[in-house]
Design a protein around this ligand. Structure first.
Ligand SMILES: [Zn+2]
Length: 413
């Protein structure tokens, strides 16, 4: 596969009847922060175009980067993200309660990272197996007693799991489905691996939340799909599967947790499924209207933010950013923030001392705010504003100012 290609057809239904919602032109891989030694390494910028399928209603990126480039050397550990450890413990408890799998049965997690969910499932006595293409993470999980294969899940891998370990009572995929270009191969694998009364449970960003809450930082090269229920219903149906339950969860700015069984399986279909489908129709998500509103909103935030930062710079103020992540890269590129930011702050040890993708804005430990004393810190990690502002109350007390960019542009202190 080439480094990059542009899709012309819808990833779920194959239609070519697509309309552009957001065009981000040239954006690098959002998580490709480099060390000082890697500063000379060439990094690509690729067009990022978000399209709406007029036939099935899927919002999606038509720009596809070879997954080997993104994931094989991936370093981001799920457990380092604020609030996610507790999330996975709760998730394991939810699965056990909701699915009631046979004692000790096999549960497979696709995109298992360092095994946060597997650890929870193991604690409930389940046999666990992780599948993750990031070699370093897979090794780390396996060493911690959570067997993980360094691979991309597909039909071939599913067949190998089945012949070595039998069928799976539970297959999970959290924040994975949106990152896969060939979803048919994954669905075929799930159909192959799942036991007849087993379930596939996935969590993925919910398009309605992304659009309604203006989560512009969700638009990255890693996210290929922005799922909603309506396009998924017919997609699963076409692959021998059926959606039997769905609920909205607050993860990552608004997500859905869906439960799927083999078509005609033993579990009843919850009214939650038709409920959410109805809501999407009522909100007009079968057509372009909500996306037009969203695009206008994103444009107005951009204008307001750039005007404010331009004014501050003209007054000689120093400005830093808070957040060195895949999402912050998106915001820096979409808003065009590079000329304004002297540096970025972050709390993730993996990111501290690195430089942002392509633009090489240096990343510092947030503790250094008190040495540098920037006049303003633009919070790019806006969904974590609460904990960040609490942690750095002293910065504000000593005369510093945080600027929020989303959902609205304001100087918060
Ligand atoms: Zn479609």
């Amino acid at each position: 596969m080439k480094e990059f290609f542009k899709r012309e057809d819808c990833r779920l239904c194959g239609s070519r009847n697509m309309a552009v919602v957001l065009d981000m032109e040239a954006v690098p891989l959002g998580d490709d922060f480099v060390t000082r030694e890697q500063l000379d390494r060439p990094q690509g910028e690729y067009p990022l175009e978000i399209n709406f399928c007029n036939d099935c209603g899927l919002l999606q990126s038509t720009s596809v980067i070879n997954p080997d480039i993104i994931y094989s050397n991936y370093l981001y550990e799920t457990s380092s993200s604020l609030g996610l450890v507790r999330h996975f413990e709760d998730y394991a408890a939810y699965l056990m309660d909701k699915v009631r799998p046979p004692k000790g049965a096999l549960t497979v997690d696709i995109g298992s990272n360092v095994g946060a969910l597997l650890k929870g499932m193991q604690a409930h006595g389940m046999t666990v197996l992780g599948i993750d293409p990031a070699r370093a993470l897979a090794r780390k999980a396996t060493e911690a007693g959570l067997e993980t294969w360094a691979a991309f899940f597909n039909r071939e891998v599913a067949g190998r799991i089945r012949s070595e370990k039998g069928s799976a009572a539970i297959i999970t995929a959290n924040n994975v489905m949106a990152n896969i270009d060939d979803l048919t191969d994954i669905m075929d694998g799930i159909l192959e691996l799942l036991s007849d009364d087993g379930v596939f449970v996935f969590e993925t960003g919910y398009m309605v939340d992304t659009v309604q809450n203006g989560v512009i930082d969700n638009f990255t090269h890693e996210h290929l799909c922005y799922f909603s229920i309506l396009p998924l219903l017919s997609f699963f149906d076409g692959h021998g599967l059926e959606l039997i339950d769905v609920k909205r969860v607050p993860t990552k700015g608004g997500s859905i947790r869906g439960m799927v069984q083999k078509k005609g399986g033993p579990r009843p279909v919850s009214s939650n499924v038709s409920g959410l489908a109805t809501l999407e129709r009522e909100l007009g998500f079968e057509g372009m209207a909500p996306f037009t509103v969203f695009a206008r909103y994103a444009e107005s935030v951009k204008t307001e933010l750039v005007d404010m930062l331009t004014r501050l710079k003209a007054q000689g103020k120093s400005i830093a950013g808070y957040g060195a992540s895949i999402g912050s890269t998106s915001l820096i590129y979409y808003f065009g923030l590079e000329p304004f930011l002297d540096r970025l702050y972050d709390d993730n040890p993996v990111k501290i001392g690195t430089y942002s993708p392509v633009q090489h804005i240096p990343v510092h430990d947030s503790a250094e705010i008190y040495e540098h004393r920037p006049d303003y810190v633009l919070n790019l990690a806006w969904r974590y504003a609460g904990p960040i502002y609490r942690r750095h109350a002293r910065y504000v007390a000593e005369g510093g100012h945080f600027i929020s960019c989303l959902p609205t542009v304001e100087v918060s202190a």
